[in-house]
Design a protein around this ligand. Structure first.
Ligand SMILES: [Cu+2]
Length: 763
């Protein structure tokens, strides 16, 4: 075992002098981080000053880097001295499991978004109405104007299908990215008895625990500036228009040290047109909005079940029935999330609070366990009869969203991030739904948990403290072909979702059981060790995020019998076997990419010309290892075709959870062999953990919509430091150009450049 060697964080038992030294180093670094994040210093300058290496790695300078060997190192023990970790985040005397886990804040529907529900009325093409620009956005210039909507203008970025009867928005949501504030309109859409008794009419301050300090306005930027996290509930057949306002400070220096005020919102694995995908180079500015059109379609709707006669392909009706929709029901999706995708700033912005969840309901996954019509899988949710909202779908009483991540705080308790950890950034305090180690009261019955790893770089691996089983029913957005019973989960990479059913009827009222993390990290590269439950519970790990992090309290019997089920068959995979493989591609995710960006490269618009965004990179079809640029087209699959992609880990010293946008993939092989694919990865997925030195081979079909999409590591520090490629769909419907012009956002409006960097094997 290596779990009591050097840790990423200092132990609280470290001497006061060591802690003080660590805190001073962190403060010094925080100044540099702040300057970098505000654009006052470039990466090239940092290299020139010797603060980071040309490879982007930390320079081991004592007094600056809290992670290098300390003057107070004892030299004893392991013989190599004690590396200085960051000081532990202060906990202000708070004990674990002393605060309730809040349920999400459910977004409120806006009916008739195109006929008065939203003002101004959403339009197919970006709304270019001019408004005065805050001089802070344009280097102090006065009298300038810019468009109210940040979406790139014109026909190419018009919402695809916006006027189709099946795809025109039927419901609206309106939210803001905003500075931290108190929530006075919390609506969890469940009775308080399903929410630990929390009275939603009481205001909810922006704190990570009631005993922690309130976060300053620019320490945390969440949806609407509030906690608990934001949840959108959608259903097939009801297209959504989500208007996202950017209400962040116009002055880029107002960020408390990290986070960028420009954003791009990615609905993580939405099967939507690229203009709504949160493309990394389609970001928008403070005081603008961006209308995201999520048509919520079953993939294949243009070619499969086009007349919507298949009873399995449907949307839940308000009365508990089904409204049939076109498409392949095997493509039904369930648990999504949405988050920022701003080029080179995603890790900072998501960590700062730009993360929300999106549950999609369908004929199969109804959100009402009481409906017994032979189609509904009757997964745990509660039913309309007992639900506070009384809906025939989307009931949340026993269907629980969990955002799991970890945070770090400075000495005053404000959120802290070190953006120069290019291997990855770790926090030291475990959060569930953005609360420090909370408890959750449950009844003696089955619950569904939709578990999102929303960390920057950390992998989790979960078990229950008593070693009793959990049933995995979904991986990423998709219900598995068959459920899998586990006592310890697989490692969960960043952005992966695991849906579990846990049956608490085996416990007695008054019992407690805990969710435990057994994946031990020492750095952001990959888990250092997967511990046993007993090891994780022993308290001997130097990783403060190992061990219990969520306490379940079994408090009562359900008021009505549990009629939910976990059927032995959930959603079989779509059958692609009759579709020929048009193309095979290989992407290698590694390091050492170093080409500088030309001044005309779009990435230079955010990084500055000559600044390389390394040290990570991606190699396409055995070409050069390249830094990320959103102007380069690395792959262009033909519309309607099926391809096989192999994602290769370029080295064994790290792991990468690779996310491919837009299409669900089926894993054909790990390390070249189908027999290496575990049962819980046999459904459709959108994030593929390569494992150290490993590879994943998968197949996808490209269809329905067009435009430019991405593929990248979801260790967002790797993503931000060049482990990202753009791909796009070649031709297809009439509106798709070949290749598409690249957007260059500015407060005064988005301009375009022609792509001049196309990988030789792209088309
Ligand atoms: Cu990675």
């Amino acid at each position: 075992m290596s779990h009591n060697d050097d840790g990423f964080f200092l132990s609280e038992k470290s001497s006061k002098a060591r802690l003080r030294e660590g805190e001073n180093a962190r403060k010094n670094r925080a100044e540099i981080v702040k300057a970098f994040s505000q654009g006052k210093v470039t990466r090239r300058e940092l290299v020139k000053w010797g603060l980071i290496t040309s490879g982007g790695l930390l320079a081991p300078i004592h007094g600056l880097n809290p992670f290098v060997n300390s003057a107070y190192a004892s030299g004893g023990g392991s013989g190599s001295g004690i590396p200085t970790g960051a000081p532990p985040s202060p906990t202000f005397g708070v004990l674990p499991f002393t605060t309730p886990m809040p349920r999400f804040d459910v977004a409120q529907r806006i009916e008739n978004p195109l006929t008065g529900g939203l003002t101004p009325v959403p339009q197919a093409q970006s709304n270019q109405t001019q408004q005065p620009l805050d001089p802070a956005l344009v280097n102090g210039q006065t009298g300038l104007t810019g468009p109210v909507e940040g979406r790139p203008p014109g026909a190419i970025w018009a919402h695809q299908g916006f006027t189709d009867p099946d795809h025109a928005p039927k419901v609206g949501y309106e939210c803001s990215q905003a500075q931290a504030t108190t929530n006075t309109t919390y609506n969890p859409e469940v009775d308080p008895k399903f929410n630990n008794g929390i009275d939603p009419t009481t205001s909810f301050p922006l704190k990570f625990h009631p005993g922690f300090p309130t976060q300053a306005p620019n320490s945390v930027w969440t949806f609407n500036g509030t906690l608990p996290p934001y949840l959108v509930q959608g259903r097939y057949g009801e297209p959504i228009l989500l208007r996202h306002h950017n209400r962040l400070p116009a002055d880029v220096t107002q960020n408390n040290g990290f986070g960028r005020h420009t954003i791009s919102t990615h609905e993580h694995n939405g099967h939507h047109g690229a203009e709504n995908d949160g493309f990394t180079g389609a970001f928008f500015f403070p005081n603008q909005f961006y209308d995201y059109h999520w048509p919520i379609v079953l993939a294949g709707f243009r070619s499969v079940n086009t007349d919507a006669t298949d009873p399995m392909a449907g949307s839940p009706a308000d009365n508990g029935g089904i409204n049939k929709v076109p498409g392949d029901w095997h493509e039904t999706m369930s648990t999504h999330w949405f988050h920022d995708h701003m080029f080179t700033f995603t890790s900072q912005n998501v960590y700062k609070g730009n993360a929300a969840m999106f549950n999609i309901y369908s004929a199969l996954d109804r959100g009402d366990e009481t409906v017994n019509d032979g189609v509904n899988l009757r997964l745990p949710s509660g039913g309309a009869a007992g639900a506070s909202n009384g809906k025939g779908w989307g009931n949340l009483a026993y269907d629980i969203n969990l955002i799991i991540n970890e945070k770090a705080f400075d000495a005053s308790g404000q959120l802290f991030m070190d953006i120069f950890q290019f291997d990855g950034f770790l926090g030291d305090l475990m959060m569930v739904n953005m609360q420090y180690k909370p408890f959750f009261e449950v009844e003696r019955r089955k619950y569904r948990f939709r578990i999102l790893n929303a960390s920057v770089s950390r992998f989790f691996k979960y078990g229950l403290s008593d070693g009793s089983p959990m049933i995995q029913i979904a991986n990423d957005g998709n219900l598995l072909p068959t459920p899998v019973v586990q006592t310890i989960s697989d490692e969960q990479g960043i952005a992966e979702r695991y849906d579990w059913v846990i049956d608490f009827s085996r416990y007695n009222i008054g019992d407690k059981v805990w969710m435990v993390n057994v994946a031990e990290h020492k750095d952001g590269k990959k888990p250092d060790a997967d511990l046993s439950l007993a090891q994780a519970l022993s308290g001997t790990s130097t990783d403060p995020c190992v061990g219990k992090f969520l306490e379940f309290r079994i408090v009562r019997d359900p008021a009505t019998p549990d009629v939910s089920q976990v059927p032995s068959v959930l959603i079989p995979n779509p059958d692609l076997s009759s579709i020929p493989v048009a193309r095979e591609r290989t992407f290698t995710f590694g390091s050492g990419a170093s080409q500088p960006l030309s001044a005309s490269d779009p990435a230079a618009y955010t990084l500055g010309a000559g600044n390389q965004p390394g040290p990570w990179g991606v190699q396409t079809d055995n070409g050069h290892m390249l830094n990320a640029s959103w102007g380069r087209i690395s792959a262009a699959p033909g519309y309607g075709t099926r391809e096989v992609w192999t994602l290769q880990n370029g080295g064994g010293g790290w792991d990468h959870p690779i996310h491919i946008h837009f299409e669900e993939g089926q894993i054909l092989a790990r390390n070249g062999s189908a027999s290496n694919v575990p049962a819980w990865e046999k459904g459709r997925k959108d994030v593929y953990r390569l494992r150290p030195g490993g590879s994943v081979t998968l197949t996808m079909q490209f269809r329905d919509w067009g435009g430019m999409f991405m593929e990248h590591c979801h260790n967002t520090v790797h993503e931000d430091n060049a482990m990202l490629v753009r791909w796009e769909i070649d031709n297809g419907g009439a509106p798709f150009l070949r290749p598409l012009p690249t957007p260059i956002p500015a407060p005064t409006g988005v301009t375009f450049v022609a792509p001049d960097d196309i990988a030789p094997t792209a088309f």
